[in-house]
Structure formats: structure tokens, C-alpha cells
Design a protein around this ligand. Sequence first.
Ligand code: WT7
Length: 578
Amino acid sequence: MNSMQGELIPATQANTNLGDYETARQSFQWDEVEQQFSWHRTGFINLAYEAIDRHVEEGRGDKTALIYSDAEREESYTFAELQSWSARFANVLRKHGITKGDRVFVFMPRSPELYISILGAIKAGAVVGPLFEAFMETAVKDRLEDSGASVLVTTPALLKRVKREELPELRAIFVVGATPEQAEAEGAGIYPFEQEVVSVSADNAIEWVELEDGLILHYTSGSTGKPKGVYHVHNAMIQHYFTGKMVLDLKEDDIYWCTADPGWVTGTSYGIFAPWLNGVCNLVLGGRFDPGAWYSAIEKYKVTVWYSAPTAFRMLMGAGEEAAGKYDLSSLRHVLSVGEPLNPEVVRWGLAVYKRRIHDTWWMTETGGQLICNYPSMAIKPGSMGKPLPGIEAAILDDQGNVLPPNRMGNLAIRTPWPSMMRTIWNNESKYAEYFRIPGWYVSGDSAYQDEDGYFWFQGRIDDVINSSGERIGPFEVESKLVEHPAVAEAGVIGKPDAVRGEIIKAFVALRDGYEPTEELKAEIARFVKEGLSAHAAPREIEFKDKLPKTRSGKIMRRVLKAWELHLPAGDLSTIED
Ligand code: WT7
């Protein structure tokens, strides 16, 4: 077992929202959390109302809700301003015939308009589909097609990646930053975003929904098949609100910064919903990762609560103590991490350099919200994901569904249900059912163990899903793209351990006859994936092989590729082709 198990970093903040963990667990009731929402009294439900309008109605309209900053723009919006802009966009959608349950996608870099679009779509009762700006043509088309999206909000530059002629269900595209003339020139169904939002009223914008009505569709990768649309409903707000308070420890005067893009679930659940449901000021920093820009944002905006990811912390560590020392980071009260295993040395470094504990949190796109966490009031064991949220039961199960005793590795599973649990996989009930193959449990696909003190320790993925810089990549999607390249006969893709990114994508490729295995060809193949899918799906390493290991049924054996890479025994080869 882990040699670090004994190390304990005690809590330093006595006064937190959660208080003593064990006491909170024992007295916990989800019903009591629900009482915090206005729909509990009025019966009128909509997450965007609770996140924005409610604060205005309760007298907090002048409070800053959003600070947006990048190299070109620096803007702030009060709750009242966000209320009005998002209402306007909701009315634009209405005008274009959008009704409850329609899918409205957003495909653009972070900007105030992105946040306004997401809130507006939710107000209109639509299901929002956020797409990461780095997605290329195929990735965009697959997601719009699978979801049957009828509206897209994008930018002039990204519009080029939308294959409109192949998406008959896509009725309207709103282009942020396009003049009416530019939009007109793009053809029918293309509208200038800014002009549209100023031409409608901000009144009567909210579509009241049911708790089980659709909220958001996040596409994520599995080990086989195309990305799956993880479908969440408004009821998830109960968990977003509660974890915002208990795990992020949000308080009225906090300046909160989540570094994730809304293209990923962290950027919505914790980059939009949790902070605003708690009425907290939310900082959004556009642009790419840059240690100086990041530290300077903490100093300038006096960030108090900071939620980021292990790869970012490792890169900051790489930038050194001097880089951190140039800035005043003393505003930071609470620092958290998610997405991949948080190395104990990173926790120790955070303690030495930021003088703060980095609190690891575990959850998934499918879980919609945090489930296993290190709470501010809890002693941290560096390398452990922490303990389950009050109201959540987590366990380690064997493949038959028996609960394993402490220190035994097995399937990390969560007792069903919880408020933010996904409600289906879009168009794919059978994929959904696979997560619940053990009655009464959600099986995460992660392996872990629990120690005697109740702390959970991540061990790995059970399938072949790759986690590179906290981004989940399905090997199948990359392999499918690779074999579209004229030189590639066969391809197998694995995650190769990497000190900074956790894992990098490595592709093993067998070439078609007549192609020379050159370095130029490697670069050209990597570029092909990057331009077809996205930068983060492109292999950082390619190795040519004469032949790839396959089962007799023709399936590439990634397990054998991984063993080659790590110089490990390949295990059971009884199903290999020859
Ligand atoms: C997978 C989910 C939900 C936020 C971002 C990732 C891995 C997530 C941790 C952690 C070790 C972690 C798991 C999980 N993961 N958090 N604290 N320690 N691994 O969401 O893209 O749905 O990926 O990320 O393998 O299954 P995601």
C-alpha cells in the first residue's frame, strides 16, 4: 500500500462552513439542503433563476457576479446585469422558436458572452451543450449531430469548423462579434449575437421547468465508441450549491476563481453553478495557461478560493518558487484540485510556497458534482482523494459487487442516487446501464482503495481511458482518426505516464505498404489528428510497428501495447491473433 498513508496535514481553519466532518455526516439530510432554494416555497424551478435572478430579488443586484479578464478585455458584471443580459438571450432563443428541452450548443473561448449564452439558454429551458474551443470539425460535428442541436453560439473564427450542410437540425447560429452585414454574408440561419440581444426585451424570460428537466449535456470519452453525451438535470443544483458551500467553503465576500473552461464539467458545475448559486463573485480568466498571468490575477483580484488541476499545479511548480514569490498571494484562503491524481509532492510544495493546503476532490462528468473530497476542516493525507461528502456513501467493490474491507483495491462505487447524478447517456441507454451493472451502485470505472481511517486512494482507471492534463481522451476516437490518414493501416493508442501531464497520448502505428516510417510522417500524422479532432487528442509520441497485437476478432490489444511501453510482462495472450 501507499507509503505516504501515515502523513497527516492537519486543518488550520477552525471556522468553516462544514464544521466537523463526522458530525456533519451524521446529521446530514438532503431535504434540508433543498429548503435553501426558493422553489421549495414557490414551486417555480430554474437553476439560472436561483443562480442569478434570486440574488437580485433579495437585494444583491449591485454585487459583482463576474469579473472577466484576458489580454484584451477586462470587464465586470453585477448580478443585475447578468440577469438582464441572460434574460435577453433567453428571449432571443424564444424568438427563434426554442422551447423546453431543445439543445443549444456553445462553441467559443471564454468571454462574458459565453457565460451569458449558457445562462440564457438555461433560462429558456434549453439543454446546454458546451464545446471546447479547441475542437476541430469532426469533434464538433459528432457532438452536434448526436445531440440533434438546433442552435449554436460561436465566433467568426470557429464558425469555419461547423459543417453546416451536414447538420440539418441546426436551425440558427448566433455569431459573437459579427456585424449584421458579416452575419448576412454567411448565409441563411446566421445571426449577429450582439444585435439580436439588444433587439429584444429582458422581461418574462424564464421558462419554469421541473427538477428532472434537462440542464446540460457534457460529451465525454469512454474506451470504446464515439464520445457520450452525459445528461444532467436541474435537480443537480442541490449538489452544486451544497458542495460550493461545504467543499469550496464559499462565503459571501469571496473572490472565487475556477481555472476550468466550461467545455469541461468542472467549468460549468464549479465555474458557473456552484459559485453563483452561492451568490459569490466569480473570476474568469481567458487565454492560455501562463504562470505570471495566473499569479498576477490572484494578486490583482485578491482571489480567496482557487480551484485548479494537478497538471496546472505541476507546471506552476516547474515555474519555480521565484515565479510565485514575485506576487502577493496572501489573499488565498482555500485551494482545491480536481481531474487527476494530485501528487503528494505537489501538496507539500503548495504548503511550502503558497502556505496553503491543496485540497484534492474526486468526481466525474457523470457524477455532476464532487463526491469524495478533502474538506477544509479535515486533516489531509497527501495523495488521498479524501472522504465522501455528507449524504454520499462510497465503497470499494469486487467485480461481483461485494464491499471489500479496508486496504483492498477494487472498483470505486457510489450508492445511488445523489442529486447531481447523470440521468442518461444521450441516445445510448445501454451505455448508461453499464454504470449501474451492480444493483444499487454507480460503478465509476476507477480503481481505488479505502484505508482504515476512511480515506480513499485513487489507483487507476479500469478501462483504457487516457487522462492527459486532466482531460479525458478515449483511445478509440484517436485511433479512428489515425486510420483515416492515408499512410496508416492500423493504430493503437495508450496513455504513457508523464511527470507533468499525468499521461500523454502515445500511438502505435502500422503503415500501409509504400510508406516510409520517417520523422516527417510522424509529425504529419500528429498534425492530421490535431486538425481533425483537437490539439489535446493528438498523440505526442508515435511509434511505427510492422504489426499491432490483435485479438482473433481483430481488436487491437492496448494492454499489450502498454506492457511494451512500460517493459512489463504482457499478461494473458491466449486471445492474440498469432
Ligand atoms: C476521471 C473523470 C470531474 C472533474 C474533472 C474530470 C479522474 C478526477 C480525480 C482525482 C484522481 C481523478 C478519474 C475520473 N479523476 N478527479 N481527484 N484523483 N483521479 O472529469 O473528465 O469526467 O474524468 O478523472 O479517473 O474517473 P472527467
